[in-house]
Write a protein that binds this ligand. Sequence first.
Ligand SMILES: [Zn+2]
Length: 220
Amino acid sequence: MEFKMDVFANSIKGLPIFKYEFGNNGNEVLILGGVHGDEPEGVIAAQGLLKSFLTLNDLNLKITLIPEFNIEGILNKQRHNCNGIDLNRNLPTRDWTSEVKNPRYFPGHSANSEPENQALVKLLDQRNYKLLISLHSFTPMINVNGSGWEAEAEILKKLTGYPIETDIGYPTPGSLGTLAGKERNIPTITFEIERDIDFKEINKIHVPAILAALKATEKK
Ligand SMILES: [Zn+2]
């Protein structure tokens, strides 16, 4: 399938973060990989999707794919970007706070201070996404926020065996789930792939599961 590629944003050190757009018709979907640079499972899944979209020709969706969102974190195999900030705690949610409960989740000194997130917020303002998927790794789960995610989440659950969780168990101010899901009511799936799983399994199970779930988004 044909695609458009451009530089979505530049990281602190000026590295390009690439954005791919596939499809001309249908509902808009945003897929992010590598928000946390120490979760390679999400990057592998996003790259697997990139490979799939290149060969698919029956996609009735408009897909935006950013496979390596936190490129600096990925290169350094660290959760944070080069400013030491957890990008999934820095988005400008209503409950954002600069309070540091745990350095692992350092939210930055002000909300939306990072170039990656500024570009993401702009994209959310401009587009009308009917589904967001952010690919992470942790305890296996399909973490959902907002409403209207049921069809896709049920397919992911069926094909991966992962549970659907509406609550991760603790508040996540500054996260995509809070900003896009809770505040903007965009169906948002934070897909937590099992940490340290064999990458071959991701291409065999998780990538096809996401492609199957996207078939439900075509019909929305
Ligand atoms: Zn993560």
